[in-house]
Write a protein that binds this ligand. Sequence first.
Ligand code: 2RA
Length: 353
Amino acid sequence: RKPTLAVVGATGAVGTVMLGILTERPDVWGEIRLVASARSAGKVLRVRGEDVVVRELTPEVFDGVDVAMFDVPDEVSAVWAPIAAERGAVAVDNSGAFRLDDEVPLVVPEVNGAAARNRPKGIIANPNCTTLTMMDALGALHEQWQLTELVVASYQAASGAGQPGVDRLYDEIAVVAGDRTLGSAAGDTAKVVSEKLGDDSPFPAHLVLNVIPVAGSLKDDGWTSEELKVRNESRKILGIPDLKVSATCVRVPVQTTHSLAVHATFARPVSVTEATAALEAAPSVEVRDDLANGVFPTPATTVGGDPTVVGRIRQALDFPNTLDLFVTGDNLRKGAALNTAQIAELVAAELTA
Ligand code: 2RA
């Protein structure tokens, strides 16, 4: 019997990409049950070429389910992933609710896939999209040269804040389009955006014609939740509890695909040629790095694809054993839905072995 899958949060930004991914990937699933809040129940969505009616999130919806994916806010996962697990499903959760729980593995299949088997709570966590953007590339480098320090600046897309983030970015673009004076005086764009759209935005400043050095919520000592996730999740996934990490997370006016400028220090000397070969050999990584011929990764060329794309690989001039590189990854695919689907497939393979 092929396992039964439930997709909880099927109507959200990640859920929508998930349905496309489940349609494209090798079909390991028997029934696919789509689940959402009462508000979305009854909608009809397409997956694997078939219409499926969305069911309401209730305890009973998990009866007979082998694997339940969750793409919902932290507080919803915190309540419902354990209910799914109690009813016998393995929950694969893409929220932040369980990622740092010692009894919940945090999994990137290319890096620590074996960890998915040890799940005392019946829950496996999927990392945050910002961390995920660089994990398979850094995992490949760490395996050979042992990562010791990581300094990161992110350039995060609007869709990291879900469909409301994407809608806000396009609404802002629409209200500033045509006025070529905007951006030349402090506050001019903010004024137009606020007058025409109001200030109810998923972002703490206008995103159009701007970059915002804040992603996530404010935590202790001036750090944001995103910056702490990069630190804590990288340590857990790579299995380096004392990894030195410092991150600055920035929102940029890109629809989808996060980018990261990475400054990575290793225990052993590593050359650009060796690092490039290791990245090229990593199955989920693609190297695009030929600056003289205009070849480098951008969100616009990475979006919609599965690989993590790496370029601008340089030996840091003043830091021994250190590489600088630029990494891009589709935050809704490998950053969220694809990695969740891969984890679910590992569990499916285990259940049918
Ligand atoms: C963001 N990383 O980009 C978050 C989404 N999980 O906002």
